[in-house]
Design a binder for this molecule. Structure first.
Ligand code: ZN
Ligand code: ZN
Ligand code: FE
Length: 765
């Protein structure tokens, strides 16, 4: 006989449980199980009280954990028995707030299947409405001005709901119950089409005009979720080239958007995991292998074997890309900015900055409160790897393996993301960009303020890089002085190592081997590090091995011109600058003399141990690329060439703590002389770096017993190198830790800084 006596439970749920349809879900579960009581949002989650027989209570708890709404994320459920009350029904109570508490905020979510169906259903009253959304989808982070997440605190505040929308908003059984951005044609935002900064049409006509612009090969600025895109027909070579010229983006790949997977399959190979990633609610740009007979122009991603595709993520994108005879099936959708500037997101600013770049504008009157760029991902070894963690992911908090004090970590100079921590959460910001100009710095400072306000964080500790000239370092040091908050300065590659450990949820300080390979990071000796083998953990590290130093003649000029680096390395190893070598042929006699004297006089020729620059030098030496137009280009093109069947390898020598590359260059020169194909040379070089990783790991393992290696730094975005290295290490019983939640590039730096500061605090106490 089931127990029919009434018992009662008090339940507290923590996680992403607000603005995601959690209370209606609880309401429906309670009603289904004949329970009475209430549910209520609090500042740090959701409180529930239920009364009923014990079997029903159990069923309720089961369903609560096993089938939460799609956007919810439950981090913790606590329940306790309490005294039954004389409730007659189950109700949703008004929110309770406690100003010191916080709740995570949902990222922006791509349109859900239900809304997509309604968008194209002529019988629905939101048929073809470009801003349709519900509790399961739509804008979130980009429209939130303040918390609690309620309409008056979003950019939807200026659109009072019509009676129809209001009825849905107020009905606990409706898919739009408390969906803050809910709107329709009657009451919500609307489209405008502009030419020469003047509105020429609205609504459906605006959409038609925008499509005509694209159809004839012109460039259209489109207002999206986190900012403006510049769009053009991806199959139209002239349009693509014109967009490159206007945007001053010479060769860096353009992102593409297609209506559905069938279209993308015409151009790229899609594995099951890639399909899942493309269709995920975050809808990142996914790097896919281009089909050998892909008819799209080479200009979309010169020198690369991949194309970056995303699926539409807003209703407006679906309407813009709707298939029709003669209309392009794939669009370039690149960020709306001049190369290097932050993406435009405010209408007047966009109009100013993008008018020289776009022939027309498709815009709307729902404001974007904070700019958020598209995310970029790829699949490696069947699992997703992030290259940029932004729209759709941020500000989803990363769970921490132990409790943190409130910390602000400033991040790196390039690909900046900052991190704020409190309790067991890290709030890793959206992509800020390269902190090299005033515009980006301003955007950074605004974003820091916004995050601290939203998540109620008042840092008791600051962390930043060692580099005295980074804008993020200066910002942090002056804040430390002004607000009297202690600051920890963290070495860049130590931050990489710590970030990788945290990414793998390591709670202990047990040391690992860090294979930290990137382009640049300020070393404790004032030189530029980047080919670093560390042994350590959160609390400290030793520099066990590093690449032999070489010079960058001309500093930044050398970073943009790999040929300069190749020459400097040849010189340092005593090899002649033979006339038939690619980097030598690249310069005039005069220029060669200037570079030679620069190297000899050591004026403006900083020393580096950078692995990224070593790849650049090899790319130059074998004739792939002498000058780059975007970061990583020379190495990316070198990787694209690798002959996968090549088994031979060059050899790095270990001299004490120095990784000597003289022999590698001698071997490359000899293979060039023997006319070995560049594909095989590139493969042998990749093999050499993988074997180097094995050698240093085995050496450290023998000495210390450490059997785990953490791989971090932008160089690891080279999937060929990563695969070869990970395989070799695992064959030799060395566990491999890599990045999953944040990218391996400098995006992860702030996370590493934060955990090092957290450990620093706990040591102090
Ligand atoms: Zn929806
Ligand atoms: Zn309405
Ligand atoms: Fe780095």
């Amino acid at each position: 006989m089931p127990d029919k006596r009434i018992s009662a439970l008090g339940i507290h749920v923590r996680g992403i449980v607000q603005g995601v349809g959690f209370r209606p879900f609880v309401y429906q579960l309670a009603v289904k199980n004949n329970l009475t009581g209430w549910v209520c949002n609090t500042s740090d989650g959701v409180d529930i009280e239920i009364n009923g027989d014990s079997t029903s209570l159990e069923l309720f708890l089961n369903d609560l954990t096993s089938s939460p709404p799609p956007l919810a994320r439950i981090d913790e459920i606590k329940s306790h028995s309490t005294h039954p009350n004389a409730y007659t029904q189950f109700t949703i109570l008004e929110s309770r707030s406690d100003p010191s508490n916080f709740i995570p905020i949902s990222p922006d979510i791509s349109i859900c299947p239900d809304c997509l169906r309604e968008l194209f259903d002529p019988a629905n009253h939101r048929y073809r409405y470009p801003f349709i959304n519900c509790t399961n989808c739509g804008p979130r982070f980009t429209i939130i001005k303040n918390i609690p997440y309620d309409r008056p605190f979003t950019t939807m505040a200026e659109f009072p709901m019509c009676p129809d929308c209001r009825a849905e908003y107020d009905n606990p059984l409706d898919r739009r119950f408390h969906a803050q951005p809910v709107a329709c044609k009657t009451c919500g935002p609307s489209l405008s089409f502009l030419e020469n900064k003047k509105i020429t049409s609205s609504h459906e006509e605006a959409l038609a005009a925008a499509r005509s612009t694209l159809r004839v090969g012109k460039v259209l600025a489109v207002k999206g979720l986190g900012g403006y895109h510049l769009a053009c027909d991806a199959s139209n070579t002239d349009a693509v080239r014109e967009l490159r010229r206007r945007k001053r983006r010479v060769e860096k790949p353009f992102a593409l958007m297609a209506f559905d997977l069938d279209v993308i399959r015409r151009y790229c190979h899609i594995s099951d995991q890639e399909q899942e990633l493309l269709k995920s609610r975050q809808r990142p740009i996914v790097l896919l292998q281009r089909l050998p007979d892909c008819p799209l122009p080479e200009d979309l991603a010169p020198g690369q074997k991949t194309l970056g595709f995303m699926l539409p993520y807003t209703p407006l994108h679906y309407l813009l890309l709707e298939p029709e005879a003669g209309f392009p099936d794939a669009l370039v959708m690149t960020s709306g900015n001049l190369s290097e500037e932050p993406i435009a997101y405010q209408d007047t600013d966009a109009m100013e900055r993008l008018s020289p770049l776009a022939d027309a504008f498709l815009t709307h009157n729902r404001d974007i409160h904070i700019r958020v760029d598209d995310s970029v991902a790829r699949v490696v070894h069947k699992s997703p790897v992030l290259i940029r963690r932004s729209r759709g992911y941020a500000p989803d908090p990363l769970p921490l393996p132990f409790s943190f004090p409130q910390i602000f970590a400033a991040g790196a100079e390039l690909k900046n993301h900052f991190t704020l921590t409190r309790d067991s959460y890290a709030f890793h910001s959206h992509f800020i960009g390269d902190l090299e100009n005033y515009e980006t710095l301003k955007s950074y400072e605004q974003a820091v303020d916004h995050f601290e306000n939203l998540f109620r964080i008042q840092p008791e500790m600051l962390a930043c890089d060692l580099h005295p000239d980074y804008l993020s370092t200066r910002y942090t040091l002056s804040r430390s002085r002004e607000q009297n908050i202690p600051v920890v300065q963290v070495q860049h590659h130590h931050a990489h190592l710590a970030a990788c450990l945290l990414d793998n949820s390591r709670a202990t300080d047990e040391p690992v081997i860090g294979l930290i390979f990137d382009g640049t990071g300020y070393g404790t000796d004032g030189t530029i590090w980047g080919g670093e083998v560390l042994a350590g953990g959160y609390t400290g590290y030793q520099r066990r091995f590093h690449l032999a130093e070489f010079r960058l003649p001309g500093g930044d000029k050398a970073v943009r011109t790999p040929a300069r680096i190749a020459l400097a390395i040849l010189q340092s190893h005593g090899f002649d600058w033979q006339k038939d070598l690619s980097p030598v042929r690249y310069f005039s006699e005069n220029e060669l003399e200037v570079i030679r004297s620069q190297i000899l006089s050591r004026i403006n020729t900083p020393l580096t141990t950078s692995m990224g620059r070593l790849f650049d030098a090899v790319s130059s030496l074998i004739g792939i690329r002498q000058q780059i137009t975007y970061e990583g280009q020379a190495a990316i093109e070198l990787e694209a060439l690798v002959d996968p069947s090549e088994k031979e390898s060059y050899t790095f020598d270990l001299d004490g703590t120095i990784i000597n590359h003289q022999k590698v260059f001698a071997q490359i020169l000899s293979d060039l002389e023997g006319n070995l194909s560049t594909s095989r040379i590139s493969a042998r070089f990749h093999n050499a770096v993988a074997h180097l990783c094995l050698d240093v790991c085995l050496s450290i393992k023998e000495e210390t017993g450490i059997k785990t290696a953490a791989l971090s730094g932008g160089v690891w975005q080279n999937t060929c190198l990563y695969n070869k290295t990970a395989e070799l290490l695992r064959q030799h019983d060395i566990a491999v830790l890599t990045h999953h939640k944040v990218p391996a590039n400098d995006a992860c730096i702030s996370l590493g800084q934060a955990v090092i500061a957290a450990r620093f605090v706990s040591k102090e106490v």
